[in-house]
Design a protein around this ligand. Sequence first.
Ligand SMILES: [Zn+2]
Length: 407
Amino acid sequence: MKYVLIIGDGIADEPVAQLGGVTPLAAMSLPQIDRLAGGRLGLCQTVPAGVPAGSDTAILSIFGYDPRTCYTGRSALEAAGMGVMLKPGETSLRVNLCALEGESFDAAVIRSHNGGSIEGEEAVELMEDLVSDPRFAALAAAVGFGVHITPTFRHIGVIDAAHQPAAYPTFTEPHNILDSAIAGYMPKGVMGAELTALMRASFEILRDHPVNRRRIAEGKLPANCIWPWGPGSAMTLTPFDELYHKRGSAVSAVPLVWGIANLCGVDTPRVEGATAELDTNYEGKVEAVLAALAGGADFCCVHVEAPDECAHAGDVEGKCEALRRLDARVVGPLLDRLGEVDPEHRVLLLSDHPTLLNTRGHDGKAIPFAIYDSRCPGEPRKFDEAHAAATGDFLAEGPMLLRALFE
Ligand SMILES: [Zn+2]
C-alpha cells in the first residue's frame, strides 16, 4: 500500500463576492479533486484553538505533532529547511534583505520586505560582503550573531548559546509595515539595541554597494538593509517512522516544509522549476512523488503553495487558476499513475488552513479533507467547505488525519 498526502496550501476560503457569494472551491469545476472526495469527506480542525494559523503550525499538526507543545518559532523550521540544525541554547532569526529609502537610517522608509525580489548571485554577493565588513563583523561578534546565506532574500541568523537572550526581543514583521517609516519598528527588549545597531550598519555598508547602484540604475529596488524577525529555538520532533512505521518523503518548494521534514526524518527530494508560485513545475512534482514511492517510500507528501500566495495577494482569478492547475496537473496525473507504482493506494487531500481572499490573511477554522482509496473509490462528489461540513465527519485535531490515512 502506498500513501499520498496532497496539501493545497490555503485552498479553503470563505464566500467571495466576486465569485457570486461562494468559495473558490465551490465556484470551480474540479473533477479530479471530486474523484478523491468519493471516499471519505469531512472537516478537520488542523490548527488548535489559541494557536496562530499558519502553514507552520498547521502542517506540523497534519504531520502528527501538536504545535502547542513542539512549536518553537517559524525561523527554527526554516533554518532546518536550509540544513541549519540548531543546537540547544541557540536562537534563530529570519533575516530578510529589504529595501529602505532615505538619506539616513533614522529617516528611512521601507519599500520592500524582499529587497525588490532580489535573488541569486546578487543576494549572495551583498550578504557575503556585509558579513565580512569589519564594522559589521565586530558588532555581530559582540552578540554572537552569525548568518547562513542563501541565494534569496531570506537568510537565517543564529545567535550562539553563549549570548542566548533571556527573552526574545520583540520584532516587527517587515511585510506588515511596507511604505512606513521604520523608526518606530526597531527590535525592542533584550538585545534590541544591539540588533538595531546591526541593521543600521548593514544599511550604511550596503546602500552604496556596486550591486545596489546597478539595481537602481536598472530601475530595481536596492537590497540595502537586513531585517531580523521570527525568533526560534531548537525543535525536536519524534521521527516520522517511529510515529507511523512508514518511510516518508515530502515534495515542496518552500523551506518551511523542508524544515518540518528534515526535523522528523522525512526525505525532501528537490524539483527543478518548483517555484512556490502559480508557474511552478507541477509535472516535475508529480514525477518526484512517483519516483519517491517507487524508490521505497511508503508515504509521500506533495505541497502546492500557489493558492495561498494568490489569496495573500487578493488575486481571485489567480487563486481559481491555482485550483484548476492543482486539479488537472497534480491530482489527475497522480490518480492516473499511482497504480503503476502500487495498485493499492490511498490519497489524502486537504487545505492546511483557510487563506481568505477577503482579508488576505490566514484563518483558523476547520479545513475540508478527502481520503481516496483505490480499492473502494466511491462515486465522485463535490469537494468544498459546505459539502465537507454536510457529511458530519469531523476530526477534532490535525494528528488524526494521517492516522485516518494509514488505517
Ligand atoms: Zn499554508
